[in-house]
Every structure is written in C-alpha cells, then in structure tokens.
Write a protein that binds this ligand. Sequence first.
Ligand code: NDP
Ligand code: 13P
Ligand code: ZN
Length: 352
Amino acid sequence: MFDKSTWIRLPRNVVVGHGVLSETLDAVEELHLTGRPLVVSSPTPHEVAGQRVIDQFADAGYDPDHIIIEEASFDAVQEVIAHAEEVDAGFLLGVGGGKAIDITKMAADHIGKGFVSVPTAASHDGIVSGRGSVPEKDTRHSVAAEPPLAVVADTEILAQAPWRLTTAGCADIISNYTAVRDWELAHRLKNVPYSEYAGALSQMTAEMLVENADSIKRNLEESSWIVVKALVSSGVAMSIAGSSRPASGAEHLFSHQLDRIAPGAALHGHQVGVGAVMTEYLHTGPQGRWRDVRDALAAIGAPTTAAELDIDRDTVIEALTTAHEIRDRYTILGDGMSEEAAIEAATVTGVV
Ligand SMILES: NC(=O)C1=CN([C@@H]2O[C@H](COP(=O)(O)OP(=O)(O)OC[C@H]3O[C@@H](n4cnc5c(N)ncnc54)[C@H](OP(=O)(O)O)[C@@H]3O)[C@@H](O)[C@H]2O)C=CC1
Ligand SMILES: O=C(CO)COP(=O)(O)O
Ligand SMILES: [Zn+2]
C-alpha cells in the first residue's frame, strides 16, 4: 500500500514591491484573521516600519499592541509568548530582520496563532520559511515554527536598509549551491530523505541570482526586488522539503559555529558565503568550482575572506574543525576536519 504523505505549508499572500507596507492591512484582512494584532519588532525595524504597521491597524479600528525584542534567543521567544497571552493577541506580525521574524514565528507556533512576515531587510531566506534558528549554549536549534500566512516585503524599505544586509541575503542564496551538494551527499551516504523538487528549486534560485548579479547594485531598488524574490523562492524550497536542508549545509554549520566563537562579528549571510567557498572546495577539489562561488560573492560585494568578515585565521580554523559538532546534520565535513586539512582548505581558497 502506498502510505506516503506530506504537508507543504506555504504563504497565501506574498506581496512584494515599492510602498507595499501600506498594503499590510489589506494583505492581512484577506486572511480572515481575527482578534488583536501584536506587532513584534526589534529597535530599528520598529522605527522604519513597525510603527507604520501599528498605525495602519489602529486607523482601521483594530486595537494593535506591540513589543520590541533585542536579541534572538529562547528568552525572547518566551517574552513574546507571555506578552501575546497577556494582551490576548489574535495574530502576530514580525517586522524586522531575521531576529524579529524568527522570534515571532516561534512564538506564534507555540500559542497557535497566525503569523505574518514583514521583512525590513533582505538579509536571509528565513523571511518566508517555517523554520526558526536560535542559538543555545554549544548548539543551535533549527526548529519547526509557524510559517507565514502572508509576507509583505516593501522594496522601498529594503532598498533603504544598509547595503550590507542585502549582500548578506545574496550570499545566503549563493550558499544554496553547497547546501544542495551536502544534501545530496547525505542522501547517498546516510539515506537522508531528499526532495528533487526542493533541491532543484534551491539550486535554480542560486543560479538566477548569480545570472542577475550585474543588476544587484547599491541604491538600486530593483536589486531588492531580485534578492527578495530569490529569498522567497529559497524559503519555498525549505517549505517543500520540510527542513532547511535545501538552504543549509556545511557552510551554515561553519557560520553557526562562528556565531558561538565570535558572536556578532559578521552577518549570517556573509559568514555562510565565506563558508560556501571553502565547502565547495571540499566537494570539488582545487580545480573545482569554488572560484565560481567566490567570484559570484565578490560580484555582489559580499565578503570572500576572513579579514572581510573581521574574523582572524585561528577562529576560522577552529570553526571549520568543530562545525560538524553543532548539530546532527551530515555534510561534507563528515565526522570532522583535521586542523591540517582545515588550514589547507582555508589557505588554498584565499579565505585566510
Ligand atoms: N529562520 C531561518 O531560516 C533563518 C534565520 N536566521 C536568523 O536571523 C538572524 C540574522 O538575521 P539578520 O537579518 O541578519 O539579523 P537582525 O534581525 O539582527 O538584523 C541585522 C541588523 O539590521 C538591522 N536592521 C534590520 N532592518 C533594518 C533596516 N530596514 N534599516 C536599518 N537597519 C535594519 C537590525 O537592527 P536592530 O539591531 O535594531 O534589530 C540589526 O542591527 C539570526 O538570528 C539568524 O539565526 C538566519 C537565516 C535563516
Ligand atoms: O539559514 C538558514 C537557511 O539559509 C536556516 O538554516 P539553519 O537550519 O541552519 O538555521
Ligand atoms: Zn542562511
């Protein structure tokens, strides 16, 4: 008997474009959500967008409440849950970068309320996914969370955000190349379930971004449009897979480890980009395509070296040799790299 089944949870409304923040209320009303909106943001996103979202709901006769979180942590998730219960929130809007959006989707999942994603930075592909990613002590949890019912991505706001946030989003997408390689490897070696659709979509998304690299330029709103479309597509790949596998392989393990060893040094997307240069080298060897990954990153102005990440050589080597320990995800790192091999990979690729 055929007894396979799957759930693919995707957003119903994806609204992208110039000035669409003013359509947040319309995008939400179409979802037939009821009750009090709770707007969750972090300090800067609250200034650039959160307050305007609150005003929109207030003007329409809702009674919106809001909370501002400072960090991506399980404590922050608990804080939002407690606040949402206290004010009897009907649904939650996460307005911000990855921090605010992750916290909101995890809190919404816990209390069983709808979640709407309003990114203020095109900095990574968690804006559409049903996964939250939170560090805790020596590990990092990629947890199932409430996927957004709607995404409202205002390219005017995204284009005004610091440029480095956009190049980080590009690098997060470029890292899909190596993430898919790791996923295929884990499938072949460890029988990890693999989705051809999700793998192909993730890879195609990276290819389209690289092909459009010439149009990705500072002060050009079209750049935000190209990047956000890629982020949406990558998020959809993760939703199809039901895991972050299509967009997170060894390059992400390296980045997560950097977050522990050198917290706050660089942006998520920039770290995974540099990680992808090295893991592409590990997959394909000295004559392989690691130069293509490096050149694609350089073309959009993302870091390709440890120095550009503001991270020293020893930290890179430590992160590379310990990255496999951070979570149970089989990748090209296998059961760990020796120090000599890590130095070789980082040196040959020019990362250190
Ligand atoms: N769920 C998933 O699949 C994924 C989750 N993540 C998670 O996302 C987080 C990283 O995301 P990232 O977006 O880089 O981090 P943040 O949300 O911390 O945003 C980065 C910085 O940009 C600021 N910012 C955001 N929007 C604007 C804007 N429009 N104008 C000016 N400044 C702005 C923030 O301000 P302020 O400090 O005031 O908030 C912050 O200082 C991590 O916690 C990571 O684990 C990353 C990838 C995927
Ligand atoms: O960053 C991500 C995809 O780009 C999410 O991956 P993780 O599951 O490794 O946190
Ligand atoms: Zn990522």
